[in-house]
Design a protein around this ligand. Sequence first.
Ligand code: DHB
Ligand code: FE
Length: 284
Amino acid sequence: MARITAGVTASHIPAIAAAIDQGKTRDAYWAPLFQGFEFSKRWIAEHRPDVIFLVYNDHATAFTPEIIPTFAIGCAERFTPADEGWGPRPVPVVQGYPEFASHLAQALIQADFDLTIVNRMDVDHGLTVPLSLMFGEPAAWPCRVIPFPVNVIQYPPPSGRRCYQLGRALRRAVELFDEDLNVHVWGTGGMSHQLQGKRAGLINREFDARFMDLIVHDPERAAQIPHIEYVREAGSEAIELVMWLIMRGALAEQVHEVYRFYHVPASNTAVGHLILENPAGGKP
Ligand code: DHB
Ligand code: FE
């Protein structure tokens, strides 16, 4: 059967993509950030997933303000990097997994999570930046990816509690798939960030550290954090952090924290990154 072995969280700041694509990763400004992912690249080479269930948000790229699904699942064969205004990123096309994605769509919808099914979609920095941070610059991404966009762009986003419950249902849905697959669940976006208005550039290191601790050790409590607290404490775009709760809900109650990295600044935001392993290789 398929099993979830690990969860990864990572910010997806588009300036990171520009630094990679323009060969600036060794510049003084960027080097400390990319050094922080050296361990992660070695780790994932040794724990290579067959498929990543990649929770991210679309930034009005694939979904225009006309149609905004709360939770969507990418069921296509492939997903092309989007043109976000500077041409598409020069990164490989993302290979999907239609059979597994369709199974998960069925299991989750039957478990009362009303997903939007997406059979054609381009993917923006929300999805490609975490892949670049973890895998570097390969000619092809080394595994398949099921994109799972969550609306955190237009009010109202889903609650952290709902995201956590969805993660729990995802774990059960994965275990119902009768193929021997090593599955990772990634929760991307965050941490502190506010991109506009008077508080642009707001960073709250204490909130970020506390949130990472809660995600690892007390996710039930993290799931109770209301929207207003993310926004007040860590900035309007920190609401992206509810996506980490889908990842965490999909893991066991007790997890092994393999790695943690936190870095400020990248663009005018904070970068947070965790690698969490399930006990016993995710076997129930
Ligand atoms: C920026 C954009 C994002 O989507 C994000 O999550 C963080 C930073 C930016 O434009 O700097
Ligand atoms: Fe974002």
